[in-house]
Write a protein that binds this ligand. Structure first.
Ligand SMILES: [Zn+2]
Length: 288
């Protein structure tokens, strides 16, 4: 969904809330405490005097809203603004800065920054299936940021690593790489020869590629990694070390869903309403 779709589909806060409720409870609202399916709707007024739709459990009497206990929890922003920010982040191939989001949806920078981080949180842990598989080729590489890229048209996984020792690389390969992958291409770093099955493992030589193509890995760098780098330079300018992995996650989420725009929005929203709240103070490490 692009911004125009969002504005049309969710012209009112009620329409946005109805959609959110359907994503959270596709089979009907259930009590958050006792899972009872019989709940009453209550129309009340929030602290600011704005109309507020609550539910009351017919059994235990719990009052809750559609956003209670989710990443939307305690947000004073209209849902339309949330939805716009989600659409912007889902569409921005090279990423979008909190500053740009702030300007697009008309909020303060700090609000947009917190909003973007919660949306990014929704994108986490959403790539559980291993990379590669029968007959597939996987390419692994690192750069100064610490990461890995894969051939165009396949899935990508990017993460920071403290170093390239076997103890660091092994658990990532075990978790992320499908064991029946046909071919695994890496650079000549000895760790890979040590860890990978020699029958599947192929080593590329960056220097040779540099001579023939004029640029290292021009064919594959089209993929996730170069996009991320352009995102860093073009959109984020600089990244806080604390948050690099969450930006990488956002990037892979989008990269792995290219061409899937129609379903991206709903998927993102379902994660937002099923994940636990994340406070601003927690995010900025003021408390632990
Ligand atoms: Zn209940």
């Amino acid at each position: 969904m692009n911004l125009l779709h969002i504005c049309k589909a969710f012209a009112t806060e009620d329409a946005a809330l109805d959609y959110l409720i359907k994503q959270r409870w596709p089979d009907g609202v259930r009590c958050l405490a006792c899972d009872n399916a019989k709940v009453y709707k209550i129309a009340t007024k929030g602290k600011s005097g704005k109309p507020c739709r609550l539910f009351e459990c017919a059994d235990c009497g719990l009052h809750f809203s559609a956003t209670t206990g989710t990443l939307f929890h305690d947000s004073h922003l209209p849902l339309q603004k949330w939805f716009m920010a989600m659409a912007l982040m889902g569409e921005a191939k090279k990423g979008i800065s909190a500053n740009q989001v702030a300007r697009h949806i008309g909020v303060q920078y700090k609000t947009a920054w917190y909003l973007c981080h919660r949306i990014r949180k929704a994108m986490q842990d959403m790539n559980p299936t291993p990379i590669g598989g029968a007959g597939k080729v996987v390419e692994i590489d690192e750069t100064y940021l610490g990461g890995r890229k894969l051939r165009k048209g396949v899935k990508a996984h990017l993460q920071t690593i403290p170093n390239t020792q076997a103890a660091v690389i092994r658990p990532i390969l075990e978790q992320k790489l499908s064991p029946d992958t046909k071919t695994i291409i890496t650079d000549s770093h000895p760790t890979y020869s040590w860890l990978l099955d020699s029958e599947k493992h192929q080593v590329t030589n960056h220097k040779e590629e540099l001579r023939t193509d004029g640029e290292i890995s021009t064919k594959t760098i089209e993929g996730a990694f170069s996009l991320f780098k352009r995102g860093v330079i073009g959109s984020y300018h600089h990244l806080s070390k604390d948050h690099v992995d969450s930006y990488l996650t956002e990037f892979c989420w989008r990269f792995n869903r290219r061409g899937m725009q129609p379903v991206m929005f709903g998927e993102m929203l379902r994660e937002l309403v099923t994940k636990k709240p994340m406070t601003y103070r927690h995010l900025t490490r003021e408390v632990f």
